[in-house]
Design a protein around this ligand. Structure first.
Ligand code: APR
Ligand code: PHB
Length: 399
């Protein structure tokens, strides 16, 4: 077996960022190989958010994998805010000149991209261990990794670090070349997936209550995704399904609470909430994209969408490099991404701060949130600001 290979772009990580990048590059005739630490079934077992901006849906189409979202996605024209036990619809579509978001799970997006990659006979090395980057600062970068007991070498023109928050790529950069900004929130989200019809099939519900935040979302007309804010050190084992459903209902208005259909959970997990950005996102011939470079708390549903736009900018930059012999996109990549990222970081932090119970702000904090929510639902200006960020700012916003 040949243990040294060469490709144009070596992609580390087969999450949505790596797979989407691979598909976009392949369509443009650019070779790529993906190295992934986990097995395909492990990658697909991770349940994450599921709200796609139109920009993301368009990118899936561009990559040749729009069929799943077209067939099984649910278009949402509005969201609902619940506070002081009352529901307030926000018609995000009419506030943004007709834009919508689509409910379609990240797991499904990943599966569509994986199937497409397999059909296109593109190489993905799963269970690649000890992935190590070499000479990414030179014109001859390479990667070594192990499969079983054998060490392989992959030489490439460029390395795309799509390996998530705990990946090896950002960790390979010397500390003094990278600046990290981080905020950890003092709570987590307990989420469950259940095969029951969603309580609100046409609008995601975001609830502020004095017991903490709750969210009602969906994967399909027969599969729901619900979350409640929980203490950051809480354990999944201390939440029976019954306890979860009771708590969820207590955080909603009486009408929604009475309409919740309960059932056994098919997945239950607790996720911490964090805001994080690493700057810059390019180091010589190494480029970070998606969760490898930034994390948003899930309240604004921006994580997957930001990853997708990083990948759009990165694929465009590589295409310009190979087809037009121009390095402009590559040189601009980090600056261009970071502008969009900080706008989404701001939005996600704001919505998180508005909707959750913070242990140290007490009754005053709660009342101020209710005052702002009351202002928001009655102000065209603030509702429009929420709506335009929720559906996603245009790709060329501010350029
Ligand atoms: N070597 C190879 N692969 C690795 C390594 C490594 N050392 N470390 C991590 N990986 C793989 C992980 O196993 C994972 O499959 O990189 C992949 C990264 O995928 P994600 O964490 O899903 O990150 P990304 O593709 O950027 O997707 C961003 O995920 O967390 C959500 O909100 C986020 O929706 C957004 C999306
Ligand atoms: C989800 O469906 O999992 C979801 C929806 C909206 C969010 C976060 C998560 O803001």
């Amino acid at each position: 077996m040949k243990l040294t290979k060469r490709t144009q772009v070596a992609i580390i990580g087969a999450g949505p960022s790596g797979l989407l990048l691979g598909a976009l590059l392949h369509r443009a005739g650019i070779d790529n190989i993906i190295l992934e630490r986990q097995s395909p079934s492990y990658v697909l077992s991770r349940i994450r958010a599921g709200i796609l901006e139109q920009v993301t849906v368009d990118l899936l189409h561009e990559a040749g994998v729009g069929f799943g979202v077209d067939t099984h996605g649910t278009v949402h024209h509005s969201i609902e805010l619940v506070f002081k036990n009352e529901r307030h619809p926000i018609d995000v579509s009419s506030l943004t000149g007709g834009k919508v978001v689509t409910a379609y799970g990240q797991t499904e997006v990943t599966k569509d991209l994986m199937d497409h990659r397999a059909l296109s006979e593109l190489e993905t090395v799963y269970e690649a261990a000890d992935v190590t980057l070499h000479d990414y600062d030179s014109s001859n970068p390479s990667i070594t990794y192990k499969v079983g007991n054998e060490t392989h070498t992959l030489q490439a023109d460029f390395i795309a670090g799509c390996d998530g928050f705990h990946g090896v790529c950002r960790a390979s950069v010397p500390k003094n070349s990278i600046q990290e900004y981080e905020k950890v929130y003092p709570f987590g989200w307990l989420g469950i997936l259940a095969d029951v019809p969603p309580v609100s099939p046409h609008a995601i519900v975001y609830a502020n209550s004095d017991r903490g935040f709750a969210l009602c979302s969906m994967r399909s007309m027969t599969r729901s995704r619900y979350y409640v804010q929980c203490p950051m050190d809480d354990k999944v084992e201390s939440w029976s399904d019954d306890l979860f459903w009771e708590e969820l209902k207590k955080r909603l208005d009486p009408e929604l609470a009475s309409q919740i259909v309960t059932g056994p959970s098919i997945e239950k997990s607790i996720a911490p909430l964090r805001s994080f950005v690493a700057e810059p996102m390019r180091f010589g011939r190494l480029f970070l994209a998606g969760d490898a470079a930034h994390i948003v708390p899930p309240t604004g549903a921006k994580g997957l969408n930001l990853a997708a736009t990083d990948v759009k900018y990165l694929s465009t930059a590589f295409i310009e490099y190979y087809k037009e012999k121009s390095s402009a996109g590559i040189d601009n990549y980090s600056t261009r991404c970071l502008k969009r990222i900080w706008r989404a970081e701001r939005f996600s932090w704001w919505l998180t701060s508005l909707m959750h119970r913070f242990p140290d702000t007490g009754g005053f904090g709660q009342k101020v949130q209710e005052g702002e929510l009351d202002y928001l639902v009655h102000s065209q200006a603030l509702s429009t600001s929420l709506a335009e960020n929720y559906v996603g700012l245009p790709l060329n916003f501010g350029e």
